[in-house]
Design a protein around this ligand. Structure first.
Ligand code: PEP
Ligand code: MN
Length: 338
């Protein structure tokens, strides 16, 4: 951290900054220039409340030099992290496509969809039993029973399951039901109490980007989970709010290389909630994999036109199969496998 003093700062003000830093277990390195004094503070600045220094008289500006996130940063862990879910790697050389419906509906729908997901070559399945819907009058998900239905259907095809946790009171039920990956949805990216709770367990977490979250806020949200001890975090870009209304959200493909540089953790893309239409999914998926994403979270349904939520954006079994085949070619060029 660098503290830049005002041009007219006196030696008493400089000494006060030094004292403050010492009281915070930081070492102060004072450089007196002709026009102004600059103080280099050495120590773990993440533990410091910068505002307490900015508030001191004679201080012009405080500049951080360390990233505010630590465990999730690539600085702390150079190699790409691979998260294993029942022996299936997420991150590294393999690209994983996680697919399934927006919502868990019935055992028949989940079993038929699981069969299609496995037949397309996907190794993990998604489905929401609890749905964050914009309208309180819209279908809210089938609830706890949905977790059992999901597990039963997915187990038949050896597919680990990904499902969204919205309420911390449901965490034990999720764990008892054998949920393999907990999804923290867009609307909860900064629900810090929820993040802390999933940080206390070891179940992998897919952390979706908030509707209008900066990459730095997103990394800090992941740091909340990691700080509790759970380092099994997968970032999922799903499009951000923009001025455009020709699609549901604007897929931020640029976030992929930026995140891959900033963090060692896997990064996947959800093209379904970005485009909002099934026909956009293949193009967005190709872009995501070409940009370096470690996988996709794609909505698919045995009969999209009958889906209880997000019917417009679900791929049917044939479309999912075609997508997987297309992506294999891109993965190969990148030296990765699908
Ligand atoms: C979902 O994946 O079902 C979902 C609701 O996504 P998001 O949180 O990205 O809107
Ligand atoms: Mn959905």
């Amino acid at each position: 951290m660098i503290i830049i003093m005002k041009t007219n700062a006196g030696s008493d003000q400089i000494a006060a900054v030094e004292d403050k830093l010492t009281s915070m277990d930081m070492h102060a390195n004072v450089s007196r220039g002709i026009e102004r004094t600059v103080i280099g503070a050495i120590g773990d600045e993440r533990l410091i409340n910068v505002e307490l220094i900015e508030a001191l008289s004679g201080v012009e500006k405080v500049v951080r030099v360390m990233k505010p996130y630590k465990i999730v940063s690539r600085e702390s862990h150079e190699q790409d992290s691979v998260i294993e879910v029942k022996g299936i790697p997420i991150g590294g050389k393999t690209i994983q496509v996680i697919s399934g419906p927006c919502s868990v509906e019935t055992l028949e729908q989940m079993t038929a969809t699981a069969e299609a997901v496995a037949a397309a070559g996907c190794r993990l399945m998604r489905g929401g039993a609890f749905k964050p819907r914009t309208s309180p009058y819209a279908f809210q998900g089938v609830g706890t029973e949905g977790l059992e239905i999901f597990k039963q259907a997915a187990d038949k095809y050896n597919l680990p399951v990904v499902t969204e946790l919205m309420d911390v009171r449901m965490l034990d039920t999720f764990l008892d039901s054998g949920v393999d990956i907990i999804q923290i949805g867009t609307r909860n990216m900064q629900n810090f109490d929820l993040l802390k709770e999933v940080g206390r367990i070891h179940t992998p977490v897919i952390l979706k980007r908030g509707l209008a979250a900066t990459i730095s806020e997103w990394l800090m949200a992941a740091e909340y989970i990691a700080a509790g001890g759970n380092h099994n975090i997968i970032f999922c870009e799903r499009g951000v709010r923009s001025f455009e209304d020709a699609y549901r959200n604007m897929l931020d493909v640029t976030a992929v290389p930026v995140l891959k540089r900033e963090t060692h953790l896997p990064v996947i893309i959800d093209p379904s909630h970005a485009g909002g239409k099934a026909w956009m999914v293949p193009a967005l998926s190709r872009a995501a994999i070409a940009a370096g994403a470690d996988g996709l979270l794609v909505e698919s349904h045995i009969r999209p036109a009958e889906a209880w939520s997000d019917a417009d954006q679900a791929l049917n079994p044939q479309e999912l199969k075609n997508l997987m085949n297309e992506l294999k070619g891109i993965a190969k060029v990148l030296g990765r496998s699908l």
